[in-house]
Design a protein around this ligand. Structure first.
Ligand code: CP3
Length: 349
């Protein structure tokens, strides 16, 4: 076991004292980087890239070579689980992810397996092990999964959606089928994240990208409850260290108290939530991660620096803050602007 040289992220997520605010960025390995686009070209497609542990390791490391970042995040995708369940993931240029098979009924749900992560998604666990070696203890590695609700939206819609008509029709019209699907996904996500932790992930984040599309009562019943089931089933210690768990519901700013009550260590905030008010609401229950609007990276670097400072000042003194964007960096951003953000967090944090 190599010693971890920079454990600021892990300490901040556990609300332990830190010398400065750690920073990483959602989608830090991605299309805004020319070196990422070159590696994806070499792989032939995004799915090939994601299923090749050496190349997944390469793109995970790329942003760390450019910027002062306090964590690596596994390069993969949330749609590995539905793919391993047999749905047939592919990407259509300009349209995003698509599945060959969709889930529409209880009969479809009953046929779905709960995948064994090491047997069915070995490329993910191999990527985790390969990245840990490459990191050599410099910074911690974050593993991740989609939330059951977010995965279910793709599985029922067959791809991305604007109105979530089919999954909502199932949740309201055939709630038994929706719950059976979400329960299978919660079991799958729990064993998937536990396998990532066993392979070497030092913190994990659950991406509930579409939880914010639900009403409050529906969020509790169809998203949060299954994330709580996962949090309760995770192995929270490995290699003699605690493994912090981060919950991120985009559009979930109204529900922070309920999210904090799941037992997660930290909550990811999107940019629509005021971070100082969020801190008052959750108190010392959880750490907070976020939450600069990713669009600010299109502004001049002077503006980016000011906005970084606003987020840091908004959180205020004391530990329990991890700087991040409120959602993933977008492909059109100039890489130098991301650099200005990282430098500003180092300077002011
Ligand atoms: O944060 C990171 O750097 C880790 C890598 C990561 C990717 N996807 C790589 C990726 C993570 C954490 C994800 C999660 C993910 N995937 C989410 C939840 C995250 C969030 O931001 O809320 C979702 C909803 C997906 C599903 C998905 N995968 C979509 C909607 C897309 C974009 C499709 C498109 O064409 O715009 C993907 C593909 C994807 N995943 C890319 C990357 C870098 C781009 C693929 C490419 O290179 O063309």
């Amino acid at each position: 076991m190599t010693e971890l040289k920079n454990d600021l992220l892990l300490r901040a997520l556990l609300r332990q004292p830190v010398e400065r605010t750690p920073v990483w960025m959602m989608r830090q390995a991605g299309r805004y980087l020319p070196e990422y686009r070159a590696t994806r070209e070499q792989a032939g497609s995004f799915v090939n890239l994601m299923k090749n542990p050496e190349l997944a390791c390469e793109v995970t490391m790329q942003p760390l070579r450019r910027y002062p970042i306090d964590a690596a995040i596994l390069f993969s995708d949330i749609l590995t689980i539905p793919d391993a369940m047999g749905l047939g993931l592919h990407f259509v240029t300009g349209e995003g992810p698509k599945f060959e098979h969709v889930i529409r009924s209880m009969a479809d749900v009953e046929k779905l397996p709960v995948p064994d992560p090491e047997a069915e998604m070995p490329y993910v666990m191999d990527a985790v092990r390969t990245i840990r070696k490459a990191l050599n203890g410099d910074v911690p590695l974050i593993g991740f999964s989609g939330s059951p609700w977010t995965l279910a939206t793709y599985m029922v819609e067959g791809g991305g959606s604007k109105d979530f008509a089919k999954i909502k029709a199932m949740a309201y019209g055939d709630p038994q089928a929706a719950h059976a699907l979400l329960d299978k996904l919660a079991q799958s996500v729990t064993s998937y994240l536990n396998a990532q932790i066993a392979a070497g992930a030092q913190a994990v984040q659950i991406f509930d990208t579409w939880g914010g599309a639900l009403s409050g009562p529906m969020y509790q019943e169809f998203s949060l409850r299954y994330m709580q089931q996962i949090v309760e089933g995770l192995n929270r210690e490995n290699e003699g260290r605690q493994v912090p768990v981060i919950l991120f519901t985009k559009g979930g700013g109204q529900w922070l108290e309920a999210m904090a009550a799941t037992g997660a260590d930290a909550l990811g905030l999107d940019w629509t939530t005021d971070i100082s008010q969020a801190r008052q609401r959750v108190g010392d229950k959880v750490a907070l991660q976020g939450n600069m609007d990713p669009s600010i990276l299109y502004a001049p670097t002077g503006t980016i620096r000011q906005e970084v400072k606003k987020v840091l000042d908004g959180f205020g003194e004391g530990s329990g803050h991890v700087f991040n964007l409120g959602h993933g960096i977008t492909p059109g951003v100039n890489p130098e602007h991301a650099g200005a953000m990282f430098e500003a967090v180092r300077e002011f944090g």
